[in-house]
Write a protein that binds this ligand. Structure first.
Ligand code: ATP
Ligand code: MG
Length: 420
């Protein structure tokens, strides 16, 4: 036998036993986004490397060590997208969607990061992301957060997640704060972990993110970003908080929340859970008013977020919502032609129902076993007798009740009345 080819580490197959939960989740998210008037946009998974370098920032984990970057056959440097915002901005700008109008967009799909694979962290993972353009006021920040809160209710996860909120201020606020932070941390260099010492020189705000106990002790006495916010950022943040309070959305202020991408300013937020160990952030986002201009467009305010689908799936698996079975009706027969014809008629008369027609022959007994395993509510039996009489035997598989013989003319209406 020849050697088998296996998948790449951190790149998962999503198997049929799991896709039903994925589809359930995706359908619910799509439903909520539709209810808020958001439109889907689909971008390519491959973009020019420059797009990510210029947006995410050179000195970030993603650009420094996580990107799948290679030269294509023409010699151009291309990158598998590590996130969706940059591509969404590029597409919206390229197609004139940002010209004199506002946009509420969403996308879904695989993202790629060369990280150490572990539970909730993969090299190919999926995000559902939302981006809005053209609105500078905090009402749109609030709308996005209210939307996510509704989503958790819809998914039955509301009691599993909490909202953390912070303001990063404007670029000039951050610059003043950065100076203060650097001079404070420099005095305590010897007590910082190695990663933080490196960040101190290249991207000091990220030190706030450190999980190292020694560094966290030092941070306890560090200057606070909140004290460096100017009037504009401060009133934006107060406006957002008032809107969230009015909407009854609970949050905690986390002064250490800085996010790993350079383009954020003003609002940043994360929905976190303690049910997933270290991979606790299920949804993260914020405002990025400077990015469109930074990528060559006209200055356009923007705010968005992305959620990690695998992490939400892990949470959902812990409470396993009731999913529709693979089949609702399973047709068992000794006559393939009659069975296929009955299945077609049922698909016409009971649209949306899952009708599985047994294929491949076999004894009545083995067909019934498969019917049972399919999860169907009813087996519909077309044996010799039924073919002669024109009736169909309906056998309940999931609930009590006698099997009955029904005329074909009323079969669909009777089934419709009894299907859950
Ligand atoms: P983390 O701190 O967990 O590395 P991040 O700040 O890098 O997350 P973002 O770039 O904000 O994450 O991406 C948004 C969401 O996408 C995250 O909150 C998470 O749910 C999910 N996510 C990010 N990286 C991965 C990954 N490698 N595998 C699975 N999900 C991921
Ligand atoms: Mg990360």
């Amino acid at each position: 036998m020849s050697r088998k080819v296996t998948s790449i580490r951190g790149m998962n197959d999503i198997l049929p036993a799991q896709t039903r939960l994925w589809q359930w989740l995706e359908a619910r998210v799509a439903g909520v986004l539709q209810a808020y008037g958001y439109s889907e946009i689909r971008m390519p998974v491959l973009e020019r490397t420059e797009l990510f370098r210029r947006s995410i920032g050179e000195v970030t984990d993603i650009v420094e060590k996580e990107m799948y970057t290679f030269d294509d056959r023409g010699g151009d440097s291309v990158t598998l997208r590590p996130e969706g915002t940059a591509g969404c901005v590029r597409a919206a700008e390229e197609h004139g969607l940002l010209y004199n109008q506002t946009q509420r967009l969403w996308y879904r799909g695989p993202m790629f990061r060369y990280e150490r694979p572990q539970a909730g962290r993969y090299r190919q993972f999926h995000q559902i992301g939302v981006e809005t353009f053209g609105i500078a006021s905090p009402d749109i920040d609030a709308e996005l957060i209210i939307l996510t809160a509704r989503l958790w209710r819809e998914l039955g996860l509301a009691d599993q997640v909490t909202l953390e909120l912070n303001s990063l201020g404007l670029a000039e606020d951050r610059a003043r704060y950065r100076d203060a932070l650097v001079s404070y941390l420099s005095e305590h260099q010897d007590r910082l972990d190695e990663d933080s010492r490196r960040r101190l020189e290249r991207n000091p705000l990220r030190v706030l993110d450190s999980k190292d106990p020694g560094t966290r002790e030092v941070l306890a006495g560090a200057p606070q970003l909140a004290d460096y916010l100017g009037d504009e950022a401060r009133s934006h943040f107060e406006g957002l908080r008032a809107l969230l309070d009015a909407a009854g959305v609970k949050y905690v202020i986390n002064q250490r929340l800085v996010r790993g991408l350079d383009y954020y300013g003003k609002t940043v937020f994360e929905w976190v859970t303690d049910a997933l160990g270290a991979q606790g952030t299920v949804c993260a986002g914020g405002r990025y008013d400077g990015l469109v201009e930074q990528l060559g467009g006209k200055a356009t305010p923007a705010v968005g977020f992305a959620m990690g689908v695998e992490r939400l799936i892990l949470l959902l698996e812990q409470r396993m919502p009731e999913l529709a079975p693979e089949a609702e009706l399973y047709i068992v027969s000794s006559d393939a032609g009659a069975a296929l014809a009955l299945a077609e008629t049922l698909r016409d008369t009971l649209p949306g129902r899952r009708v599985l027609c047994h294929c491949g022959g076999g004894s009545f007994k083995s067909q019934m076993k498969k019917a049972d395993r399919s999860g169907a509510w009813f087996a519909l039996i077309l044996g010799e007798d039924e073919l002669a009489s024109g009736l169909v035997t309906v056998k309940p598989l999931r609930q009590d009740g006698e099997q009955q013989q029904l005329p074909r003319a009323t079969l669909a209406t009777t089934l419709a009345a009894h299907l859950p």
